[in-house]
Write a new protein. Structure first.
Length: 75
């Protein structure tokens, strides 16, 4: 039960991080970690944001090669 709950939270954190990575790629705005004091908390935040970017990159690459997605024609 506890393991399932921890897995659920981990997946939620990765999904939110991937959305933040998408915002960064789309708009150029990014979450700043400078407000977090140096140490394990900042390092964890930067790691989570890095994982989100990797998940976003993987998802974008899969969408290019997948038959489920198509590029919208320019207007």
């Amino acid at each position: 039960m506890v393991l399932g709950r921890l897995t659920h939270y981990a997946v939620d954190i990765v999904l939110v991080s991937a959305v933040v990575a998408g915002v960064k790629r789309s708009t150029g705005f990014q979450v700043t970690t400078s407000g977090i004091p140096e140490g394990p908390a900042r390092q964890t935040a930067e790691t989570v944001l890095g994982v989100g970017e990797k998940v976003f990159d993987y998802t974008a690459a899969m969408s290019y090669t997948s038959g489920w997605f198509e590029r919208e024609p320019k207007k």
